[in-house]
Ligand binder design. Sequence first.
Ligand SMILES: C[S@@+](CC[C@H](N)C(=O)[O-])C[C@H]1O[C@@H](n2cnc3c(N)ncnc32)[C@H](O)[C@@H]1O
Length: 212
Amino acid sequence: MGSLRRSYYNLFSKFYDRIIELHSHDPQGRLRRALAARTGLKAGDKSLDICTGTGAVPPVLAEKVGDDGLVIGLDFSRGMLQKAAEKISTNGLKNVALVQGEAQHLPFKAGIFSAVTCSHAFYELKGEIREEALTEIKRVCRSGSKFCMMEHEVPKKRSIRFLFYIRMLVAGGLRSRTFLRQEIDLFRRHFSEVKKDILPGGNTKVICGIIK
Ligand SMILES: C[S@@+](CC[C@H](N)C(=O)[O-])C[C@H]1O[C@@H](n2cnc3c(N)ncnc32)[C@H](O)[C@@H]1O
């Protein structure tokens, strides 16, 4: 199943940026900046973006940590990482590295990151993998660090809400709708000071928690 999903994302990587460009109402990357702003990252920090895809988030984290810091973008799809590498090289970012790996088996030492982010991918991790990923996030972070997740908020318009649930079903399976109702409880089980913000426009939310 894991390799099937990886193959799907390898194929998807060829169209991903184009599709996001067409659907996104965020050509200037304001939403991703809002995610980075909530991490509390400072110059010199090390930060991890899991399920980084084509690397949309690392550049905004790189602005926060500066030349003395480091941002790692992790993804299990080689195709997605190739696109991310092109983006990082075009932008001449020296403080960003890409690692192929799984969110549920992070290939890093304990306690090295000051923040972990996950943008539009957490719903795609199925039940057990999601729990394992949360355990791993806590392991690789310093205590007091933040985990911030950005996802679509459930659309208010009924027709769009229907499409949203179809997407969740395809990507995250039958239990993802239940997860949607329980996500704050899940965060509270793993993190303290859990906070949910709806970003301007109303379609996107960021949920952050502090690693105990
Ligand atoms: C919808 S894309 C989101 C990409 C990016 N974060 C963004 O905001 O554009 C989901 C990404 O999660 C990755 N992914 C899914 N499951 C994963 C796992 N278990 N470990 C690592 N990456 C995973 C996929 O390869 C894909 O690149």
